[in-house]
Ligand binder design. Structure first.
Ligand code: DGL
Length: 258
């Protein structure tokens, strides 16, 4: 079986990495839409077109499921993809619901980081309206972070300045959880862990998404197995340098997580 993962760029590698951990025997095809990254600052219509194009290319390969490892693409095009393809399509959305639950008794607030496009969509706003019964969720778009990540820019001093400026308007003591609602952002989890007060939990949707993938496919986890499936990287620009970048990003993220 081959499971396809799709993102605008290298962000979905943070989800792929979790999948490799949970499903070590499976083969993976990772596709980055390098011709159109970033998605989060583009229009809804543009992103819809890009995602449908990418999905058409991915499904020319023998794949048994497609994980949209991108919150932005999911919010724009998941419903359309499910209509167009018969294979399971697994999407992602910012983990607002678990974050609200985690803070229900502490009275602390939730801060959601995501792309401007994700945060402007009715899908996100309806999700917040549905689960946030105390009005405790705030949102912060971090579009520049996708660019930094695509350049493999993890310069600590620059990130300290960047997050410092972005977070300056917030009283962080009032928050209990930060939600990473864009799959590029977990590359900065370690730096954020250092910068945010210790009581703030940082969560993302990778584990939940891969658990859903497993249950949809009916595949069980094989603990401690050494066997490895294959990971194949592809990108819309067929740029060999980007293939190397994806492998490098996979290694960087695996090291961050270990
Ligand atoms: N990684 C994507 C997400 O989860 C989008 C990043 C972008 O292309 O702007 O939202």
């Amino acid at each position: 079986m081959t499971i396809a993962f799709f993102d605008s760029g290298i962000g979905g590698i943070t989800v792929l990495s979790e999948a490799v951990e949970q499903l070590p025997h499976e083969n993976f095809l990772y596709f980055a839409d390098t011709l159109h990254v970033p998605y989060g600052t583009k229009s809804k219509d543009q992103v819809m077109e890009y995602v449908l194009e990418a999905a058409a290319r991915i499904t020319r390969e023998e794949v048994q499921a497609l994980v949209i490892a991108c919150n932005t693409a999911t919010s724009i095009a998941a419903a359309e993809l499910r209509k167009a393809y018969s294979i399971p399509i697994i999407g992602m959305e910012p983990a607002v619901k678990p974050a609200v639950e985690m803070n229900r008794h502490s009275g602390k607030r939730v801060l959601v980081f995501a792309t401007p496009l994700t945060l402007s969509q009715s899908k996100y706003n309806e999700l917040v309206a549905r689960v946030d019964d105390h009005g405790s969720v705030d949102s912060l778009p971090l579009p520049e972070l996708v660019g930094y990540c695509e350049n493999l820019n993890f310069d600590r001093a620059q990130m300290v300045d960047y997050f410092g400026a972005k977070l300056a308007p917030f009283d962080l003591n009032a928050y209990g959880t930060v939600v990473l609602g864009c799959t590029h952002y977990p590359f900065y989890k370690k730096i954020l862990r250092e910068l945010l007060p210790g009581h703030i939990q940082i969560i993302d949707g990778s584990r939940g998404t891969v658990s859903r993938l497993r249950s949809v496919l009916g595949v069980t986890k094989v603990p401690g197995s050494k066997a490895r499936g294959r990971i194949q990287f592809m990108c819309s620009s067929d740029d060999p340098a980007y293939m190397v970048k994806m492998e490098k990003a996979f290694d960087i993220f695996s090291r961050l997580e270990s």
